[in-house]
Design a protein around this ligand. Structure first.
Ligand SMILES: C[S@@+](CC[C@H](N)C(=O)[O-])C[C@H]1O[C@@H](n2cnc3c(N)ncnc32)[C@H](O)[C@@H]1O
Length: 331
């Protein structure tokens, strides 16, 4: 289905329905005897994305600052590594702030670009793509469209429907979004994109950013779940789950959000912890979550360059070049 906001074409490639997210909430709550989980996709509806950018503006939230520094100081060198005729598919485009900087450099270097933005947040796509399209409308060499859907929907679209005018595609995956997956999931997803491209006989590459900060004091300051803007973002999963299920299955004041830093893996793990025994009734299911029990729901990897290399290699890619900020916190 093509949707248009008058300026930009949005293609709805969603195959997974909201029902899937509901059943993920239910199956995650039962824990299947191992560990209880909530789908982290609950954080990323339109409201969640707004919460994220309020948090990202706070002075302690270093990742956006470091990433913009790399784009500001080395952006031209980065785009010079990309093909002159380029299909650029951005995975989880969000506010497009970094994208604008990348497209400006591509424009300066005279690249011909078909840019596709993918996100689950429809509102963000409508608002931000419209503004970006205005910015580049006189350029003539940059076309802009959007996909509403998940990463998996995009793999499916590539395999079944894509008709791309080039022999190679570049996937842009910034904002350390790769590290919201586990390392195994990240490799598996990149591998699925590679296989999808292979099926339609095109090559592919990834331009990925990763937060490799391991200074614990920096991490704790940036991600403290008790600080207001982080808190609003991190608790949103509970509100979104209630809205989806059509009933108040999670009372926010029964839950505390906690963060743990797994030093060995370089990962921040976020969970909701029951402040008391909590009875959750959802549809036919009754679940008792004991006081102190955790529901895991969000991961933010702080993977080193070496760890990123292994993730890429496990997906069938090799790292060609790495750019870092002055403090080596981001690459
Ligand atoms: C950490 S934010 C980064 C946004 C943007 N790339 C940036 O750097 O500012 C993650 C983005 O990915 C989107 N997202 C998360 N999971 C997704 C999924 N499974 N499929 C598609 N988009 C997803 C979110 O809606 C959000 O816009």
């Amino acid at each position: 289905m093509f949707l248009t906001n008058g300026i930009v074409q949005l293609l709805d490639i969603r195959k997974s329905s909201l029902l899937d997210l509901k059943s993920e909430i239910i199956s995650g709550l039962t824990g299947r005897g191992v560990i209880r989980t909530m789908p982290s996709l609950l954080l990323w509806d339109d409201e969640g994305l707004e919460n994220f950018y309020s948090w990202a503006k706070s002075p302690d939230y270093y990742p956006s600052q470091r990433e913009m520094e790399i784009l500001r100081t080395q952006g031209l060198d980065i785009v010079r590594k990309l093909p002159k005729r380029l299909v650029l598919i951005e995975l989880g485009c969000g506010s497009l702030t970094k994208t604008v900087s990348i497209l400006e450099n591509l424009e300066k270097e005279g690249h011909e670009v078909s840019y596709f933005a993918l996100d689950v947040s429809e509102e963000a796509l409508r608002q931000n793509l419209g503004a970006m399209s205005e910015r580049f409308k006189s350029c003539g060499k940059i076309s802009i469209s959007g996909f509403i859907g998940t990463y998996e929907d995009c793999v499916e679209w590539l395999t079944t429907s894509a008709n791309l005018p080039v022999s190679t595609v570049t996937f842009l995956w910034v904002g350390n979004s790769i590290a919201n997956l586990s390392k195994t999931e990240a490799s598996a997803l990149m591998s699925r994109f590679r296989e999808a491209c292979c099926k339609i006989s095109i090559d592919c590459s990834f331009l990925v950013t990763a937060d490799c900060c391991t200074a614990e004091d920096r991490l704790v300051k940036a991600y403290d779940p008790d600080v207001s803007s982080a808190r609003t973002f991190l608790y949103h999963g509970l509100h979104h789950a209630n809205r989806l299920m059509g009933e108040n299955i999670f009372e926010a004041n029964h839950w505390k959000c906690i963060m743990k830093y797994e030093q060995k893996e370089n990962e921040l793990l976020f969970s909701y912890v029951a402040k008391q025994d909590v009875e959750v009734d959802v549809h036919q299911l009754h679940v008792t979550v004991k006081k102190g029990e955790e529901i895991h729901y969000f991961l933010s990897g702080k993977w080193s360059q070496a760890q990123m290399r292994v993730i890429a290699e496990n997906a069938g890619f090799e790292v060609r070049k790495t750019w870092t900020d002055a403090q080596n916190e981001y690459c």
